[in-house]
Design a protein. Structure first.
Length: 142
């Protein structure tokens, strides 16, 4: 199980490092616009098929996050890191619910594509995932 957590941590650390670097440098907007444009292009290409695929993506994301947090709780013995993890897991539940609600509104035509993401929350989540994965990685290796 430690190897599985190690793989999760390494992937999270690598994936979020690009966004984290942009946030730290003070220019995340360009990256966010690029992501939004790519999503819009993908949705146009997929048409109606994009809607169920978005819901599947959100579900898989939630399951993977839950698995990550379960592994951290099962394998890490650092009380401070476990308290931080509990706080972070709660925030991620709220985050997933907010994004799901935004997509629901979008698919009903109540909001525009550019309004789906709360970029402040996305940045906070990315910074927390990056930092948390680093702390877990250090905890595994030490």
């Amino acid at each position: 199980m430690t190897v599985t957590l190690g793989i999760f941590v390494a992937l999270i650390f690598i994936v979020y490092s690009f966004y984290f670097a942009r946030i730290i440098k003070g220019n995340p907007r360009d990256f966010e616009i690029e992501l939004l444009e790519a999503m819009a292009e993908w949705m146009v290409k997929r048409g109606e098929a994009s809607q169920p695929q978005i819901w599947i993506l959100l579900f898989v994301s939630a399951v993977m996050e839950a698995l990550y947090f379960i592994l951290v709780f099962a394998l890490i013995n650092n009380l401070v890191l476990l308290i931080i993890t509990a706080f972070f897991a709660g925030l991620e539940v709220i985050h997933i619910l907010m994004v799901s609600n935004s997509f629901k509104k979008f698919f009903k035509g109540k909001i525009l594509l550019k309004e789906i993401f709360n970029w402040r929350m996305e940045r906070f989540s990315a910074m927390f995932f990056f930092t948390h994965s680093f702390l877990v990685l250090v905890n595994i290796l030490v």
